[in-house]
Design a protein around this ligand. Structure first.
Ligand code: FAD
Length: 515
């Protein structure tokens, strides 16, 4: 009959744990456990040891632990191992082991000296586990990291990774070059430019970690040069690797900024735009010139025709009072032919360009004009002083016509300065916003325009240069026409004595509203 024994009320201390329980626990442990004598000769190996190494208990007992050595572990590692355990301190490290079947594995080994009551090391306790797979994964991650870093480094675009506090975590060679060009920290400068350009849209994308497709921003370098960049933002989420976050994952967001320097493309685009603007303007100039020439010719012919018409009327009246005037009908016929010829001439006048009215920034127009005149200004050694308006100088107008207008005034100024030998050659261009209009001044240091010619110069075919220089005298007439079409005023400032100052005043809008 079995006796009932009372269950212990307090947990058993180690001395109370039966020895066979220790043995069972070691035998069944998932860790490879071996016990050796003081020379590493194996006395005992548990089940896990046998599973991992492939050796049965009988095949290892009596053999040295070196049976597991694959001989690629550096000698120094063993020396360190032994030096440590001989000082009666546990040693932990990685060893390349060989199984019975010859296959290798990486063992994470811990060796603990077993010390007798006399203080001598009598045995060693070896514990190890196969960490080949962990090591493979670690290496794989490391290889991928190296691969990603080298791909990122070799990329032709600048790449930078920022943490949530916008600190640089990773960057590449191209980005490092940008630091040299833009100073520290290019990413922050570009993000500030994007913030300014996108306003609330940037804040929303940033807060919600939404990607931002390529956007063009302009940055001024410390050397006051404009550089253009195409910037794209994407986000990636990292799971916190700390122990705290093991069961409650924490996420960190990183901002990946890719930056492509598009300054050269922008320069080419701008050169292309200026070239097409030049072509457009010269075509417009040609048509305008033709219009003015034909209109001028019609105007010139209308004078004598009106006189002939008066003579014909006089003859008609005389014939009505009985006078015999055979030339009258011939004159009438000639006049009819002349009128028809004049009408044909009028019909040949090309139509005014149909360019639509639109908001035009005069600051931009004047910059374009200076770009168009750059070659001319450089070849004539003219020094330019350009003063844009600090406020937006937008009016409603025809952009090409306005560009042509100021181009004409700048060309006139350069030609006037060329007339005078010696002396300074200064062109001053300024744009100012007034209460109800924008004023543009084109000043040159040329000979100026005499007071009595101030109004005449705006008449068609009037020129101070003479026919020899192939000047039709239509430039200022055309300028006048463009200004009229925009409801503005153009005049020559009589008070200006150190050359010529042409003043153009243009209202903000045809209706008088500021655009
Ligand atoms: P060895 O000639 O055995 O030793 C190389 C160097 O180690 C020597 O130059 C010497 O400096 C030192 N050394 C070796 N034996 C002694 C000793 N008895 N006293 C002082 N110094 C010594 N090795 C593995 O490769 N894999 C294992 O899993 C492994 N587990 C071990 C478990 C335990 C409990 C112990 C005590 C040792 C273990 N070793 C293990 C170490 C092993 O005993 C050998 O030292 C090692 O394998 C190198 O063997 P070897 O024949 O190349 O060189």
């Amino acid at each position: 009959m079995s006796k009932q024994t009372a269950a212990p009320t307090t947990p058993a201390t180690s001395s109370e744990v039966p020895m066979h329980l220790f043995r069972k626990a070691v035998e069944q442990a998932a860790l490879a456990i071996s016990i050796t004598d003081a020379h590493a000769n194996i006395l005992y190996a548990n089940g896990a040891f046998q599973r991992i190494t492939g050796y049965g208990q009988d095949e290892v007992v009596g053999h040295n632990e070196s049976i597991l050595s694959y001989r690629v572990t550096p000698k120094l590692v063993y020396e360190t191992l032994w030096a440590q355990i001989q000082r009666q301190r546990p040693w932990n490290g990685l060893l390349v082991n060989k199984r019975k079947d010859g296959s290798r594995y990486l063992a994470d080994v811990t060796i603990t000296p077993v010390v007798s009551e006399d203080g001598d090391t009598t045995h060693y306790l070896g514990m190890h586990r196969d960490v080949t797979e962990v090591h493979r994964l670690e290496r794989q991650v490391q290889n991928q990291k190296t691969l990603i870093e080298s791909v990122v480094d070799a990329a032709q675009v600048a790449i930078v990774l920022l943490d949530e506090k916008e600190r640089v975590v990773l960057d590449n060679q191209e980005y490092k070059k940008l630091i040299g060009d833009l100073g520290k920290e290019p990413a922050l400068k570009l993000l500030a430019a994007l913030r300014e350009q996108m306003g609330d849209a940037f804040a929303t994308a940033h807060d919600k970690h939404r990607n931002i497709a390529a956007r063009e921003v302009c940055i001024e370098t410390p050397k006051k040069m404009s550089r253009w960049f195409s910037c794209a933002i994407s986000w990636f989420e990292e799971h916190d690797v700390g122990a705290d976050a093991f069961y409650e994952p924490l996420r960190r967001h990183y901002l990946l900024l890719t930056i492509q320097d598009i300054s050269e493309i922008k320069r080419q685009q701008e050169a292309l735009r200026i070239n097409s603007l030049r072509a457009l303007l010269s075509e417009q100039e040609r048509i305008q010139g033709l219009r003015e020439t034909l209109a001028g010719a019609v105007y010139q012919l209308e004078g004598p025709l009106n006189m002939l018409s008066a003579v014909a009327n006089m003859m008609e009246r005389k014939r009505d009072s009985g006078a015999d005037l055979p030339a009258a009908s011939a004159l009438e016929e000639a006049m009819q032919k002349s009128r028809e010829a004049l009408e044909k001439l009028r019909a040949c006048i090309p139509n005014q360009s149909t360019e639509a009215m639109q908001p035009v920034d005069l600051n931009e127009v004047l910059v374009d004009v200076l770009k168009l005149a750059t070659a001319n200004l450089l070849s004539t050694g003219v020094v330019v002083e350009w003063q844009p308006s600090s406020d937006t100088a937008t009016i409603s107008g025809h952009p090409a016509q306005l560009t042509n207008l100021f181009k004409q005034l700048v060309t006139n100024a350069i030609e006037a300065m060329n007339e005078r030998r010696g002396g300074s050659r200064e062109l001053r261009l300024s744009c100012m916003t007034r209460a109800d209009h924008i004023e543009v001044l084109v000043e040159d240091s040329g000979p100026g325009i005499a007071d009595d010619l101030r109004y005449q110069v705006f008449q068609p075919f009037f020129t101070t240069k003479g026919a020899a220089k192939q000047h039709l005298g239509l430039g200022l007439a055309m300028a006048q026409e463009v200004v009229n079409r925009h409801g503005g005023i153009i005049d020559i400032d009589p008070a200006y004595r150190s050359g010529c100052r042409v003043r153009v005043q243009l209202p903000y809008l045809a209706g008088g509203n500021h655009v």
